[in-house]
Design a protein around this ligand. Sequence first.
Ligand code: FES
Length: 588
Amino acid sequence: MALINIKIEGHSYQVEDGLTILEAARRCGYEIPSLCAFNHGECNRGSCRVCLVEATGARGLVASCVYPVNEGIEITISSPKATAARRTSVELMLSNHSMKCQQCDKNGRCELLHVAKLTGAREDMFLGAKTPTTIDKVNPSIVRDTSKCILCGRCIARCQNAHGNGVLGFENRGFATIVGPAGNRSFDKSPCIMCGQCVNVCPTGALMEKSEISAVDAAMEAGKYIVVQTSPAVRAALGEEFGMKIGSSVGGKMVAALKRLGFKKVYDTDYAADLAVMEEVAELKNRMENGGVLPMITSCSPGWINYAETYYSDLLGHISTCKSPHEMFGSIVKSYYAEKNGLDPKDIFVLSIMPCVAKKFEKERPQLQHDGIKDVDAVLTTRELGDLIKRSGIIFKELPDEDFDKDLLGEASGAGAIYGVTGGVMEAALRTLYKQLSGKEHDSFKFEELRGFEGVKEASFEVNGKTVNVAVAHGMKNAKLLLDDIKAGKSKYQFIEIMGCPGGCINGGGQPYVRPCFLPNEDYDILDTYKEKRAAALYAEDEKNALRQSHNNAQVQQLYKDFLGEPNSAKAKQLLHTSYAARPAFKD
Ligand code: FES
């Protein structure tokens, strides 16, 4: 990219042509307040006017997030006119805001309050009528409160970019404008897949996960036997809630915190990921050898399952019937573990700590309950766990490293750890599929073509003179490409991994917010690199583990020996498998 000469605040700089003023200024060491602009143009509507500056050649003030730099441009950020205009923009937003800041779950992480501070918007300058409010908290995953919405459009852009669904949009006109599903429906009655990517980008508390911290408090108070399980992606990101660098692996401190919070048992969901691999590979092998429906598609991502049931119900037969790992874990805790420990399943409370907002919805599915007892009783996101730890007064950074509980359900392979990143579920399954088909271990644990963040990845491998073709997609926009090929009878694959969130669980809707304005110790390009950093933490964990393949997990082998029989046995089907059903896109 050619370099051009610009001036900011009277100082000369050279920057790449094609940048916006906002981006150029940041590279030259100036932070212009901004709100609706996000992630290098992912949302660039220029609507909030918080980033106004003066620029030569422009008539009046310009929105720096959309106005491009040009040769010789002189930019003034700090003039009285620009400063006052930015402050007025924020004051106008605050005038239509609920201002219940101390009750808001975004307290401490609100970008509106951040820019209010930066611009000096302290007075209630524009008191008057407010837009009528909708609060939608019907579904188990996401709460929408329009009284906190600033109409920035980030959520609309993220839903469209990740999934191509366009579930969220602007409704009404003028002062009555709000953001929501069509017709201002509840999420529950819309084709939303509950992934929570909209929550991840919302600058205020207008879109939040539905907190279940009070349900956990109640279980604790009731003296329930609480078994916690944590997904691998959680420990690759939880440190961020405590100011640690992105990509820090904090599993040991996380376990120490959970034990100090008073939970009876703390296990790694990776054990159940190994179990899921065993069940899924047996199912695939059976389909391959007996003319079953192919390609088979993975089933661990509840956002993807919601999408399939809503948009591709004619392909439900392609989806593995395996429950997701945390649901398998819950089911095994309330059967095998309860039996071994002489516990009544009714007294056990399974708490999943997940990077995912859709898992809150998933745990309520009727198919994931036996005799009225849910496999999993509550799901907290990584962010909620951060809140729980902060509330307890624990100084996370100072905790020692402690180990997960190891009895019965405590062994976990590296294959389970990489479940948390796009391509990881497939890689874990291939390690075991190769062994099941050939009787030998694969000589490399790595399937390099399946790593990285390309929207669709594919690989082929030879086993016993046969070629197995596999593909991986993350984000529904990418998945759609593979699904449309299946519908058209053009798919060349036997096995496909689909994850709802772009990047997989490491970028789940319940992971810590990545906001450069709140991350002074991270590089400016952190929005480009955070997924790689979190993924690297999981790949490193896999490499450090002496046990790399799910089928070599001794406690999983013991579970089959003592309790389930073999993968896909009648008992395994009853406890570890599920079913799907078409659902209408809109309900009224
Ligand atoms: Fe530029 Fe909103 S950040 S107009």
